[in-house]
Design a protein around this ligand. Sequence first.
Ligand SMILES: [Zn+2]
Ligand SMILES: [Zn+2]
Length: 291
Amino acid sequence: MLIGAHVSPSGGPAMAVGRGEERGCRSIQIFNQNPRQWKARVYSDEEVAAYHEAMKGSNVEQLVIHAVYLLNCASEDPEIRDKSLASLIVALNAGAQLKAKGVVLHPGSALKNGGSVEEALKRAGQVIKEALAESEECPLLLEDTAGAGGTLGRSFEELATMIEVAGGGKRLGACLDSCHLFASGYDVRTRESLTAVVDEFDKVVGLDRLGALHVNDSMTGLGSNRDRHVNLGDGEIGREGMIAFLSEPRFEGLPVIFEGPGRSGKEIDPVDMAWAFDLRSRGLAERLAAA
Ligand SMILES: [Zn+2]
Ligand SMILES: [Zn+2]
């Protein structure tokens, strides 16, 4: 399990590797462009070379790119869908240049005015299919969502439907977020309940499609459909759930990204990463004792 953090890519992707290193990360996640603007950020050859140089001999083993939240591949507005497609292609190309584990995407939102979820899933799947056709190599990981306000991906069935509509190819995968799972009604508070959730994911989507994870605790309750991250163990999932998540055997080898807020409330610090590693150690010890 490659536990890591969401870090700033300010100054270029090589700088992000340095920020991960300082924090003790085994993996990092970055936005590939300013999250508040549509403007594309294309990496120069020099930046790509500096990034690969920084990764060499670094404890950071994997990079995940998070597409920015402006994207809505399911929008009813064709202009927004076009912009989302263009942005997604840029992100996937950046992922290929940086040999990222994948581009994580919030699949989109169904409604303005109570629009059909089924139609929205089809629209999102079509845009994703096109983005894959117009880019190479880098996997696209659809993230499960908390289910707020018509966001797609609140259930494993919705993820599976979009993967199917998008062609079902090998580059299509999923990223599961512990907070979003819990908020959308998947109980991940204990080892037993987490096991059942991962079984269910395997049945509906397939574990071979799981490419990355987000580990965040949830401020709000099971099925609350709200996306409010809190520090690991401080929320409704709680310490037991976080320990289970960070030691789940079927997550081994994958990047597991903590997105914050972090104890300081400003950014993720080394102390936050140390805490995540500590929870993982406890989980491994508990599983060993129970075996
Ligand atoms: Zn996300
Ligand atoms: Zn979230």
